[in-house]
Design a protein around this ligand. Structure first.
Ligand SMILES: [Zn+2]
Length: 353
C-alpha cells in the first residue's frame, strides 16, 4: 500500500492544552507520526511518498468541504494572534470564549473584529492549540489525503494518508479535538467529485467523528458510520448518539455505534460487523477509514481495550468489504505503540485485499 506522509507535520507542535482547569502537555505530538513512519520502513510495508498536489487543485479540494471564511481565518490566524500582542509569538493560540448556539442566545453570523472572539467562533474546545506552522501542516495533510485518493482512483486497492494534525473532529467551519482540516471528508468528497456515486466513511477512532458527521449530515451520497466511546461520558460529548440518523435527504445515511468505556475487542468487533453491513447495504463504491488507534488498551486518554494483535484482524475485516479504500491517520496517543498498531492494521488489510 502506498503511504503519503506529511513532510511539514512537525511545524504543528503544540506546547500545552487546557484540560479540566489546568494546562497539560499536548497529547497530539509529532512523535506519533514518526513512530508510524519508522514502523512502516522497518517492516517494509508499502512505498512512501510525499504528496505532489498543485496549490489550485488542493485549495479547490479543501473548499469542497470547508467554508471559505474558515480557511481564510486559519490561513491568517497566527499573524493576527501575534498582531494582538507581540508577546503572543511565544505562546500558542487557544480560544477561551465561545458563542453557544442557543435560541435567542449568541450570534455566530457576525464575524467579530476581535481575533480572540473569532478564535472561539471557529472552534469548540480549548485543547487544540494553534501555532505558526499549523496552517501549513494542516494544508499539507489535506494534500496527503488528496494524493491518497488519486492513487486509489488510479487503480490502487488502497492508500494511506499519514498526516497530522488529525482531521475527523474538524467541521465545515470549526476546529477542535486536535483537528483543523477534515482529511477524511476531503478524501470522501474528492472520490465523489471523481465520479464515485456512493462513498462510505467508516470511522474507527475511539472518539466520535463529529466533524465528518456534520459535514455530510444532510446528504445521501456519503454514508457516515462511526464506532466510538459513548458520548454521554466520552469526548466530544455533544454528538455521536445512536439516534442521530441524518437530516433531510441524509436521513438514514448516518450510523453511530457508541460503546461503553471499557469495551473489549469482542464487542467492538460486533460493532464493526454492523458497520460493515451498513456499508454493504449502502452499496458503496469506495471506502474512507479515519484510522484512529486510540482504541488501544494502553491509550492514555481513551477507554477501550483492543490489543496490538487485534489490529491485524481489524485490517482483515475492513479488506473483506472489497472496496477501494483510503485510510487517514487520526488519533492514537500511546505514542510508542501507535506505529506497531497502525502497521498491524495496514498489514492485515494488505494480506486480505
Ligand atoms: Zn480519537
Amino acid at each position: 500500500m502506498k503511504t503519503f506522509h506529511n513532510p511539514l507535520h512537525a511545524l504543528h507542535q503544540g506546547r500545552e492544552e487546557m484540560f479540566r482547569g489546568r494546562m497539560v502537555p499536548c497529547h497530539e505530538v509529532p512523535a506519533r507520526l514518526d513512530y508510524v513512519l519508522a514502523e512502516l520502513q522497518r517492516r517494509s510495508q508499502g512505498v512512501l511518498f510525499t504528496p505532489e498536489v498543485d496549490d489550485a487543485a488542493l485549495d479547490a479540494a479543501i473548499a469542497r468541504v470547508h467554508a471559505e471564511r474558515y480557511t481564510r481565518f486559519l490561513a491568517g490566524a497566527w499573524d493576527e494572534w501575534v498582531a494582538m500582542d507581540p508577546a503572543n509569538a511565544q505562546r500558542d493560540a487557544l480560544p477561551s470564549v465561545w458563542p453557544l448556539p442557543n435560541r435567542h442566545g449568541f450570534r455566530n453570523d457576525v464575524l467579530p473584529a476581535n481575533f480572540a472572539a473569532r478564535l472561539g467562533l471557529f472552534s469548540f474546545d480549548s485543547g487544540s492549540p494553534l501555532m505558526a506552522g499549523t496552517w501549513a501542516a494542516a494544508r499539507m495533510g489535506a494534500a496527503c489525503a488528496v494524493a491518497a485518493t488519486r492513487s486509489v482512483l488510479a487503480g490502487d486497492r488502497a492508500a494511506f494518508a499519514l498526516t497530522r494534525p488529525p482531521g475527523h473532529h474538524a467541521g465545515p467551519d470549526f476546529f477542535g479535538g486536535y483537528c483543523f482540516l477534515n482529511n477524511a471528508a476531503i478524501a470522501a468528497q474528492a472520490l465523489r467529485d471523481a465520479g464515485m456515486t456512493r462513498v462510505a466513511v467508516l470511522d474507527v477512532d475511539y472518539h466520535h467523528g463529529n466533524g465528518t458527521q456534520t459535514i455530510f449530515y444532510e446528504r445521501a451520497d456519503v454514508l457516515t458510520v462511526s464506532i466510538h466511546g459513548d458520548p454521554s461520558t466520552e469526548y466530544p460529548f455533544f454528538l455521536g448518539h445512536a439516534d442521530e440518523r441524518g437530516d433531510g435527504a441524509g436521513v438514514g445515511f448516518n450510523l453511530n455505534l457508541p460503546l461503553p468505556r471499557g469495551t473489549g475487542f469482542k464487542d467492538w468487533c460486533a460493532a464493526l460487523e454492523r458497520a460493515l453491513d451498513a456499508v454493504e447495504a449502502f452499496d458503496a463504491q469506495a471506502l474512507v477509514v479515519p484510522m484512529g488507534l486510540d482504541t488501544f488498551e494502553g491509550d492514555p486518554i481513551s477507554g477501550f481495550t483492543l490489543g496490538s494483535g487485534d489490529y491485524d484482524t481489524v485490517g482483515r475485516m475492513l479488506a473483506a468489504a472489497g472496496l477501494p479504500t483510503v485510510f487517514t491517520f487520526e488519533g492514537g496517543y500511546a505514542v510508542a505503540e501507535v506505529g506497531t498498531n497502525a502497521v498491524n492494521l495496514l498489514e492485515g488489510f494488505c494480506r486480505s485485499a
